[in-house]
Design a protein around this ligand. Structure first.
Ligand SMILES: [Fe+2]
Ligand SMILES: [Fe+2]
Length: 317
């Protein structure tokens, strides 16, 4: 390694070790840049694809109030996608290219969004469990070593806590309603619990990149640590709702000061993440259609920007 690169690398290591931020102008190892591009792009794609299962219910919301809440939530997710694509662009990639990679299935997104939302109770349960799991994953990212990603996450996390609360509030209303509504909530929890646990990724023993990501200050906790935190947080919330979490092995372990819980079906996780989930094909096809339908908007925006740039240049001359 040339001496100059060695000095830059030492500076990078010192910045990370001191818990300061790496900025786009700074030198960074190629592996760090690639890891971040992959992670931020997957995160951005997840926000955008994640609009679909819930967006599907906007026209069927049971009241104006519920519609306004759901609309606001789904719009927030679009905004999250935009901040994250912008953060990825600071690493030298192009948003257009990232979108192409998503709709060609060359890049992944969170496995959770390949499950369908089948009832309005799902809107509550997605907010409670899926956004709740997202919060556990994302709060530590506010301290990620890469500045633009960390800063995007601060605003995103504030909005995610609204998402979680609106879901829980909907569920509280439903469990205080009729027997049928209580059954709808339980049925929905039965379907979403295990996929929510899978959102933290494979078990630590099967997650080869975790150690490197932690050394780089991208990740702050392992998958299993975050999953445990989510389980411990969800148990009392489930009790307050009066719903049962569908895991016969779930119990308090006084020695560990944490809940023991069963093993998610990792074969299902692998199948869903690699394209064979219940809604993968539909999600990607829908995203592709939306992208194609928006081509004229992008062309018009580009033509306008070109015209403005030409005028500015003319005026300067
Ligand atoms: Fe989000
Ligand atoms: Fe959210």
């Amino acid at each position: 390694m040339p001496e100059e690169t060695q000095a830059l690398e030492a500076q990078f290591d010192a910045t990370v070790a001191a818990d300061r931020r790496i900025e786009p102008r700074d030198w960074m190892p190629e592996g760090y840049r690639k890891t971040l591009i992959r992670q931020i792009a997957q995160h951005a794609h997840s926000e955008i694809i994640g609009m679909q299962p819930e967006g599907n219910w906007i026209l069927r919301a049971p009241s104006l109030r519920r519609k306004a809440i759901l609309l606001a939530k789904v719009q927030d997710e679009a905004g999250h996608g935009m901040y994250l694509y912008a953060a990825a662009e600071t690493l030298g990639v192009d948003r257009e290219d990232l979108t192409e990679r998503l709709i060609d299935s060359r890049q992944k997104y969170s496995s959770i969004f390949n499950y369908p939302a089948l009832s309005y109770a799902d809107i509550g349960v997605i907010g409670w469990l899926v956004d709740g799991a997202a919060i556990c994953n994302q709060v530590p990212l506010c301290r990620c070593s890469y500045g633009p990603y960390a800063r995007a996450m601060i605003r995103i996390c504030k909005e995610e806590s609204f998402h979680q609360r609106q879901g829980y509030e909907l569920l509280l209303a439903m469990v205080n309603g009729t027997d049928t509504q209580r059954e709808m909530v339980q049925e929905s929890v039965n379907r979403w619990w295990w996929p929510s646990l899978m959102m933290f990724g494979p078990p630590d023993g099967d997650s080869p990149n975790t150690q490197q990501s932690m050394a780089w200050g991208i990740k702050r906790h392992t998958n299993d640590e975050l999953r445990q935190r989510f389980v411990d947080m969800s148990v009392p919330q489930a009790a307050a709702l009066g719903v049962t979490l569908p895991d016969p092995d779930l119990r308090w372990n006084a020695d560990r000061g944490a809940h023991d819980y069963g093993e998610p079906d990792w074969a299902e996780f692998k199948a869903v993440i690699s394209g064979s989930g219940p809604a993968n094909a539909q999600r990607v096809a829908h995203r592709r259609r939306a992208h194609d339908n928006g081509a004229w908007v992008r062309e018009a925006a580009q033509a306008y920007a070109d015209k403005q740039a030409a005028r500015t240049k003319e005026a300067a001359a």
